[in-house]
Design a protein around this ligand. Structure first.
Ligand SMILES: *Cc1c(COP(=O)(O)O)cnc(C)c1O
Length: 360
């Protein structure tokens, strides 16, 4: 068996310890004689799995008691619709457009009401986070929406926008559990699991209880109401059981590593190795404003499409997978989520250095 250094933006690398444990439990989960994939979501064994997962997540993020944690399906993209359907009481919401995912969320919200783009960094190919200290927030906005870490462009909100008292909704898909966050600053956080916490198919929603409403937009399907899932503790219908089980293992792995403060330190150390290299390189350069750099997704270019293509090809042959940039932006991107070892980043930088000496 040999594992590559996987820099995929998602689905992405998971901790090897977690994968091994899951492999050991594959055929017989702790004496049940069956795989977690095969067991009833109403069974005692699964009840313990989902309850533990929720408890560990609450512990990691210090989720206050007045917030619900939901394990749902449909990916982060389904939240683009669920958020407005459930929260757009006045049918007005303000969106900050910092990339493709925010753009998609904004477009989806427009199906349901007046979705204002109150700030955007489209003018410079989303290479920065706009100043959000004094935005024209709508008087009657039901919420202000951000994509906190922009997976495709490699930017991150290091300061949350001034929402002028409105509830903040954040897509944290690609930075979820990469650092501590103050949950009380948000009305709702959601994250697709496949970037930083587990297999695709599970999406985690953390929502303040007063936002779980009965009076959602008319004709909102039962499955798309937060209340349906909150009332049933995420067991209204069959939840993504195996995904929840894997997320639960990742939560335990994070706790064993010292929690999110330790994770943040580790992620900073990892990202610094790569950014420091980019900043001194004569061939490679980072594509975003330094102050807005993501710790999770690091895009870079050589300035020549041919050299970019050659780099992607040669790096793949050397065991570094998925370094090709997003199809809409080109160049390269290294996603260095929680489960990427520092060694992987060090090896990548060595490889880039050698590539530069050969081609620079
Ligand atoms: C990947 C991603 C999405 C889309 O996730 P799906 O689960 O494929 O719907 C949305 N937002 C962000 C920030 C992402 O990184």
């Amino acid at each position: 068996m040999s594992r590559v250094y996987n820099f995929s933006a998602g689905p992405a690398v998971l901790p090897e310890e977690v994968l091994k444990e899951a492999a050991e439990e594959m055929l017989d989960y702790r004496g049940t004689g069956m795989s977690v994939m095969e067991m009833s979501h109403r069974s005692k064994a699964f009840d313990a799995i989902i309850k533990d997962a929720e408890a560990d997540l609450r512990d990691l993020l210090a989720v206050p008691d007045n917030y619900k944690v939901l394990f749902l399906q449909g990916g982060a993209s389904q939240q683009f619709a669920m958020v407005p359907m459930n929260l757009m009481k006045n049918r007005v919401a303000d969106y900050i457009i910092t990339g493709q995912w925010a753009k998609k969320a904004h477009k989806e919200a427009s199906l349901f009401g007046k979705a204002n783009a109150v700030a955007s960094s489209a003018d410079k190919t989303f290479s920065y986070i706009p100043d959000c200290s004094d935005l024209p927030i709508s008087e009657d906005a039901d919420y202000v929406y951000i994509c906190e870490n922009n997976t495709i462009y490699g930017t991150k909100f290091w300061t949350l926008p001034n929402t002028k008292g409105k509830d903040l909704v954040a897509d944290q898909s690609s930075c979820f559990l990469s650092e501590p966050v103050d949950v009380t600053k948000y009305g709702l956080i959601f994250a697709g699991a496949q970037k930083n916490v587990g297999p695709a198919g599970t999406v985690i929603v953390i929502i303040r209880e007063d936002l779980i409403r009965e009076d959602v937009l008319e004709q909102t399907p039962t499955m798309l109401r937060y209340k349906t899932h909150a009332d049933a503790d995420s067991l209204y219908n069959t939840p993504p059981t195996y995904g929840i089980y894997m997320c639960g293992k990742v939560f335990k792995w994070l706790k064993a590593r010292g929690g999110l403060t330790a994770m943040k330190e580790y992620n900073e150390k990892k990202a610094k190795i790569l950014y420091d290299f980019l900043d001194q390189s004569r061939l490679f350069k980072g594509t975003v404003e330094k102050k807005d750099r993501s710790l999770m997704n690091v895009p870079f270019v050589t300035g020549s499409e041919e050299l970019d293509a050659l780099f992607v090809k040669e790096s793949k042959a050397a065991g570094f997978e998925n370094l090709k940039g997003h199809r809409t932006v080109g160049g390269m991107r290294a996603s260095i989520y929680n489960a990427m070892h520092i060694e992987g980043v060090e090896k990548l930088v060595e490889f880039m250095d050698a590539f530069e000496k050969k081609n620079g």
